[in-house]
Design a protein around this ligand. Structure first.
Ligand code: B3K
Ligand code: ZN
Length: 885
């Protein structure tokens, strides 16, 4: 356990890991709950490791110690010391019982870690957030994930103020206490780490449903929310049931308690939390109704409900030995969630969405000052490592390995992983070991991926030998240096590929040296595990076009010397929906280069022509067409530049879309828009969602070439929209286009949704997407709106997060005003909520490659922030990383 005070940035290192000297077999907790003060009594049943001599040390932060007793005897002050967030106790032995009583202050807890108040003092409720190290804000404990204990939790509180009392585990009685107070007890039969502890208390309403597991056990599913939100929980309940069934069918995993509680809160630092038997959700990922949620939000609710549920096995039953193994549960659970979403919706669209996210969020992280391996070697503040690298790249690593094993092999490996490690705290070696052992395969070479930061670059060169009818594909890999990792090893890179002839047909593959069984298939995987390798395909009758990295078979950047016509061919003919989109993305990036360099328009022409042709193809799925019509985003395009001018990137991307719109033609666009509009519904099925997605994209393209018409259509769409998806799409077109109609629509939206915080977040965030100079002024104006507060993480992210992350042109103002504003707010926010401040500070990522003027301005803002006294460990680690990374 750590022994650090707030001023300390002494890193914790993976190489320093030691098994705990003291464990806790069981903990009995009793809470006397109150909003201003809550008292917590804890009884720890201690076990000592006979091979270690260390004294008993327990983590505890900000606790007021009221009493302490060992084995029934009150301890004199000389027998314990509480300093630097560690309580050291003399005289404990194996089997001792340590009893402490502490006082904490929920209403004063603005960091939303430990026990805190959500909402107002009058109407709000109490809840906890423990991962990663929040439990030490509640009581003294060895607060590390490899200490697994059985929990018995008793809650006592005023019945009127806290009619609902919940904790993880199964209910084990409740009753009255007299003088208006009542109690409830919960017992969790499954030993768990402290980060999975949770309680909730307050005035909440619920919906419930019985679920019968595959083996016939009855489980009560209950979703809790505040009275104004309970009507929006039905979709989450359906999603929960689908998730439970899916995990039984896909992985043979059943739920293991009698009850499963889920609670929604508006005050939460992240998306949701998988506490055992008592999941707690940011309302953003639980509540859904057509009037206030978009289609994307519906899918996010389904995905996050599934993600947290899947953690019950990948995270809770098998947990992490230490926080360096975080991706063991997060990468694996993201992967399982992605599989589930692909099964529930469209697999290619899901893959497109996931890869787009990886490129937008993880590749820049891997290329910037905060780059870190999926299993970091050290950290100062663990909450800073819940990153796209640990989650999204972590999931890609699982996907690669799963792809190597095939569906059945992976299932066999997962069964072995779960059975070997059930009830234990495991490592990534345990994971790869089980998957490998179940398949007689050595997967340890994949550990190199977990240890090495940076995105590998794979370059592919093809050579066709007409005389011998061979096609030689030479693949090589190189991973650029990242902070503190100058030299990189080659990693195993599975490249799934196919070859197309010039008519767009897939060719049978005969790889030299291959065994006969695989020969003749039209798709296969080759593994590049050295710096350079050549793969020779035989009996190839004409120079083929390779389709590489199909389905995005490895998280790398592929560089291939395609001619524009070859990419256009794949965009038209590839049967792999993902690779079809991918060909379009590559071609669009080259079209962007054409516009920037002004030398040729070959790629621009090929891209526009291919898409104009596809636009007229009525067999194409609307949602896929919408994605095909969307070029890579500004962040992704900027990643390709050596020196970045975000305004220039913005202008060029706009021109790219203008060229596309002109090529498709205003008439064709408007006809398509009208046809889609005629089908406007409220339905949530895939076809209706696809129509809305395409309608938005078409409207945005019209706006590039005929703003007046687009704004007229958008105003009508806004006024008549039956769903939030259509309403917000229209509002976004008006705002981004600086349309005169935007003002009235914004006023209307503000009034209509004043009482709906999640909809109000959208009102804030859409306005941060204003183009150009005026956005900093708009952000300042929005800050003084009565609905803005730095205390609510969703609101902070809606305003500052959306601005700094999703509007690069509006954040990176040439005069540095954007950087100064963000740095000032980060300092204020840090005093309220360090986790949210630290995450927002990562918006400075990429500053080193900015053009000289912005580079200097960003550096000045970062340095000024770094020099401020009293920064939290969270924010300081990020800001110093930005400076020195
Ligand atoms: N495990 C939580 C994240 C906890 C973040 C702590 N700072 C949510 C999830 O990944 O499921
Ligand atoms: Zn998770």
């Amino acid at each position: 356990m750590s022994n650090r005070n707030d001023a300390s940035t002494t890193p914790i290192r993976l190489s320093d890991y030691r098994a705990p000297a003291w464990r806790v077999s069981a903990i009995e907790l009793a809470f006397d709950l109150g909003i201003d003060t809550t008292e917590v009594t804890s009884k720890l049943h201690l076990r000592r490791d006979p091979d270690q001599q260390a004294p008993l040390r327990l983590d505890g932060e900000g606790l007021e110690l009221l009493s302490i007793a060992l084995d029934g005897q009150p301890l004199p002050e000389s027998a314990w010391r509480y300093a630097n967030q560690v309580l050291e106790v003399d005289g404990a032995r194996d089997g001792s019982l340590l009893e402490t009583r502490v006082r904490v202050q929920p209403a004063a807890n603005t960091a939303l870690e430990g026990l805190y108040l959500s909402g107002s003092r009058e109407a709000g409720f109490l809840l906890t957030q423990c991962e990663a190290e929040g439990f030490r804000h509640i009581t003294f404990f060895p607060d590390r994930p490899d200490v697994l204990a059985s929990y018995t939790v008793t809650l006592r509180a005023d019945r009127d103020r806290f009619p609902v009392l919940l904790a993880g585990g199964n209910p084990d009685g409740h009753g009255e206490l007299g003088d208006g107070r009542h109690w409830a007890r919960f017992v969790d039969p499954h030993p768990k780490p402290s980060y999975l502890f949770a309680l909730v208390a307050g005035r909440l309403q619920h919906i419930e449903r019985n679920y019968i597991t595959g083996s016939g056990r009855k489980v009560q599913l209950v979703i809790w929310a505040e009275p104004d939100a309970i009507g929006r929980c039905g979709y989450a309940m359906d999603a929960l049931e689908r998730s439970m069934r899916w995990d039984e069918e896909a992985y043979g995993r059943e739920y293991d308690l009698d009850v499963f509680h889920v609670v929604a809160t508006h005050d939460f630092n992240m998306g949701a939390m998988e506490n055992k038997g008592l999941n707690i959700f940011n309302a953003k990922y639980l509540l859904a109704d057509p009037d206030s949620s978009t289609d994307d939000e519906y899918r996010a609710v389904e995905a996050v409900v599934a993600h947290e549920y899947f953690h019950n096995w990948s995270g809770n039953r098998v947990t992490c030995r230490d926080w360096f193994q975080l991706s063991l549960k997060e990468g694996l659970t993201v992967f399982r969630e992605q599989q589930f979403s692909a099964d529930m919706n469209s697999a290619p669209l899901k893959r497109i969405e996931d890869v787009a996210l990886l490129r937008r969020a993880q590749f820049p992280e891997d290329a910037g000052p905060l780059a870190h391996p999926v299993r970091p070697a050290q950290y100062s503040e663990i909450n800073n490592f819940y990153t796209a690298t640990v989650y999204e790249k972590g999931s890609e690593l699982v996907r690669m390995v799963a792809g190597r094993l095939g569906r059945e092999g992976f299932r066999r490996g997962m069964d072995l992983y779960f059975s070997r490690n059930d009830g234990h705290a495991a490592t990534l070696e345990d994971f790869l070991g089980a998957l490998g052992d179940a398949n007689q395969m050595d997967l340890m070479p994949y550990l190199a991926w977990y240890a090495q930061a940076g995105t590998p670059r794979v370059s592919a060169r093809g050579h066709y030998d007409a005389a011998h009818r061979t096609y030689t594909l030479t693949l090589s890999q190189h991973t650029p240096a990242t902070p503190s990792q100058p030299h990189k090893q080659p990693v195993p890179i599975p490249v799934k590929l196919a070859l197309f002839d010039r008519d767009g047909r897939m060719l049978p593959l005969h790889l030299a040296g291959d065994n006969a069984t695989a020969s003749g298939d039209s798709e296969r995987v080759v593994v590049l595990d050295r710096t350079e390798q050549a793969f020779v395909f035989q009996h190839v009758h004409a120079a083929p076009v390779p389709s590489l990295l199909r389905g995005f078979s490895a998280p790398v950047i592929l560089e291939c010397d395609y001619a524009p016509g070859e990419l256009a061919l794949l965009l038209r003919h590839d049967v792999d929906g993902f690779n079809r989109w991918e060909a379009g993305q590559q071609l669009a990036a080259r079209a962007f280069d054409n516009l920037r360099d002004g030398k040729t328009t070959d790629s621009l022409d090929a891209w526009c022509d291919a898409l104009a042709a596809l636009f007229g193809d009525s067999t194409l799925d609307d949602a896929l067409l919408a994605d095909l019509l969307t070029p890579p985003g500004e962040i992704e395009l900027a990643e390709r530049e050596r020196v970045v001018d975000p305004s220039h990137v913005h202008v060029l991307r706009q021109q790219l879309q203008e060229q596309l719109a002109l090529r498709i033609g205003r008439e064709a666009l408007q006809q398509r828009y009208d046809a889609l509009l005629a089908h406007t519904t409220l339905e949530l099925d895939a076809i209706s969602q696809g129509r809305r997605r395409l309608k938005r994209r078409v409207l945005e393209l019209i706006a590039r070439i005929d703003p007046w018409t687009a704004h007229t259509l958008a105003t009508l769409q806004y006024d008549n929209a039956p769903s939030m998806t259509d309403r917000l799409a229209a509002l976004s077109v008006l705002v981004r286009g600086n349309a005169p109609q935007a003002r009235a629509a914004l006023l209307h939206f503000r009034e209509r949704y004043a009482d709906n915080p999640l909809a109000m977040d959208k009102w804030f965030s859409v306005q941060t997407q204003l183009p150009g100079e005026t956005v900093v002024e708009r952000v300042l104006a929005l800050e003084s709106d009565g609905a803005f507060t730095l205390k609510n993480p969703n609101r902070v992210n809606a305003l500052f997060g959306s601005w700094a992350r999703s509007n690069p042109d509006g954040f990176h103002r040439a005069d540095g005003s954007g950087y100064q504003l963000l740095a000032q707010r980060l300092q204020q926010l840090d005093a309220i909520n360090p986790q949210v401040a630290a995450r927002l500070a990562t918006a400075f990522n990429g500053w080193q490659r900015l053009e000289p003027g912005r580079h200097a301005a960003a550096r000045a803002a970062i340095d000024t922030l770094a020099s401020r006294p009293g920064l939290s460990r969270n924010l300081r680690e990020i800001v110093q990383g930005m400076q020195h990374g």
